[in-house]
Design a protein around this ligand. Sequence first.
Ligand code: NDP
Ligand code: 2IT
Length: 452
Amino acid sequence: MGVNEHVDLNGFVEGVKRRNPGQPEFVQAVQEVAEDIFDFMGDKVKYHEAQILRRIAEPDRVVSFRVCWADDKGNIRVQRGWRVQNNNAIGPYKGGIRFHPSVTESVLKFLAFEQTFKNALTGLPMGGGKGGSNFNPKGKSVNEIMRFCQSFMTELYRHIGADVDVPAGDIGVGGREIGFMFGQYKRITNHFTGVLTGKGLEWGGSLIRTEATGYGAVYFLQNMLTAKGMDVAGKTAVISGSGNVATHAAEKIVQLGGKVLTLSDSEGFIHDPDGISQEKIDWVKELKNVRRGRISEYVNEFKGASFHGGGARPWGVACDLALPCATQNELNGEEARTLLKNGCIAVAEGANMPTDLDGVHIFKAAKILYAPGKASNAGGVAVSGLEMSQNSARMSWKEEELQEMLRDIMRGIHDRCLEYGGQGGGYTDYVKGANIAGFKKVADAMLAFGVV
Ligand code: NDP
Ligand code: 2IT
C-alpha cells in the first residue's frame, strides 16, 4: 500500500485549493468531479496509488504569452494569451479558444480540465486543452480582429499541430476568427493541415460543425426525456445566450415542436411569450453574426417581446426545459430552486459549467433530468473530431452521414451516463455518470503509461 491511500475527498480538495490560489473556477470544476470520483474509486486502490485524479488536475502545461497588436488609431495594445494543455492520454490536446475580457488562467484551466472528460465521453481519440485571451472583440473593427488573431497565432503556432494540439472556436471565436488564425498558421509554417477545427467548408471544414453543439445538446435532452417516456414536442424552453450554441439549441427545439421563450446576452434577456420561431432565430443569427448587435434590439423588431436589462438572467421565466448556453456560473442555487418551483423537469447545459456548485447540488437532490455540459455539449467537439478524421483522410462526409454520426455519438454519451450514473429507482445521476465514464477512460490510459 502506498502513502496516498488515506487521502480523502476533503484533503484532496484542500490540496487543490492550496496549489491553485486565486483560481476559483478551476477549483470548482475539480471539486465537482472529485465528489463523484472519490465515491467511484472507493476501494479501487490502483487509481489512488497512481494519483490519477491529482495528475489529471495538474495540467501537462500552461503556456502564457504576450499578444501585441495595433488598433485602428495606431495605439499599441497588449493582451495576454494562453494555451492550457491539460491531458493527452487518449489523443492530441483538443479544445476551443475563447476571446472575452473575463478570460483568466483559472477560467482556461477549468475549461481544459472539463474538456478532458468531455472529449473522452465522445468515444473519439482526443485529449483536453483550451486557450484564449482577455481580448474583448466587442466594438472592434474587422481589421483589428484580424490583426489580433494574427498576433495571437504568431506565438500559438509553435505549440499546436494536427497530431499535437488542435484548437477550435469558443466564446468570441467563430468562423471568421478561425479563418484569420488558420491563414496566419499556414503563412508561418507553409503547412496545410487540420491544425484547427471549425474551418470554412471551402478550406477543410466539416458540414454541421457550426450547428453541432446546440443540436447535440437538444439530442441529449431528447434522449433523457425519451428514457422517461416524454418528448420535446409541446414543451416550453428557457435558453440563455444568443451566440452559436444558444441559437442552434433554439433551432433544434423549434424543429422538434418545442416553444422557446427566451434568449440573452451579457446585458440582459428577451422574453417572447409567442415563442421564438425559426424566422426570429434567423434574425438573431444575422444580428449577432453580421451586424454584431445586442439582443435588446429584438424587442424593436418583434412586438410582444420584452427586454429585461441590467444583466438579468432568464431563469425566473416558467418553463418545462432549461438550457443554459452562455457562460460559466450563470445559474446559481437560488435560480435552480426557482426553476424547480416553476415546474422545470429537465436541464441540459449547452455552456461549460453554467450551474454553480450549489445549483448542481440542488438539481441532484431534486432528482430531475440534469445533464452537465461535459455530456450534453460534447456534440461540438465530437464533430470537430470528425473534422480531424476528414482532414487526415483528405475527404468529406455528406451532411446526412454527419447528422447520423452526431446523433449516434450523443446517444452513446447518454448510454455511458446511464451505465455509470444509474442510482436505482429509475433515477440517473447524469453528472456522476459523465464524470465516472470520462475519468475511467483517461485513467486507464494513464495507468498503461506508468509514471509520466
Ligand atoms: P458565442 O460567443 O457565440 O456566444 C456567447 C453568448 O454568451 C453570447 O450571447 C454572450 O453575450 C453570452 N455571454 C458570454 N459571456 C457572458 C457573460 N460573462 N455573461 C453573460 N453572457 C455572456 O459563444 P458560444 O455560443 O460558442 O459559447 C457559449 C457557451 O457554450 C460557452 O460556455 C462555451 O464554452 C460553450 N461551448 C461552446 C461550444 C462551441 O462549439 N462553440 C462547444 C461546447 C461548449 P455577449 O455577446 O453579451 O458577450
Ligand atoms: O467547449 C468546447 O467543447 C468547445 N468550445 C469546442 C471545442 C472543439 O475543439 O471543437
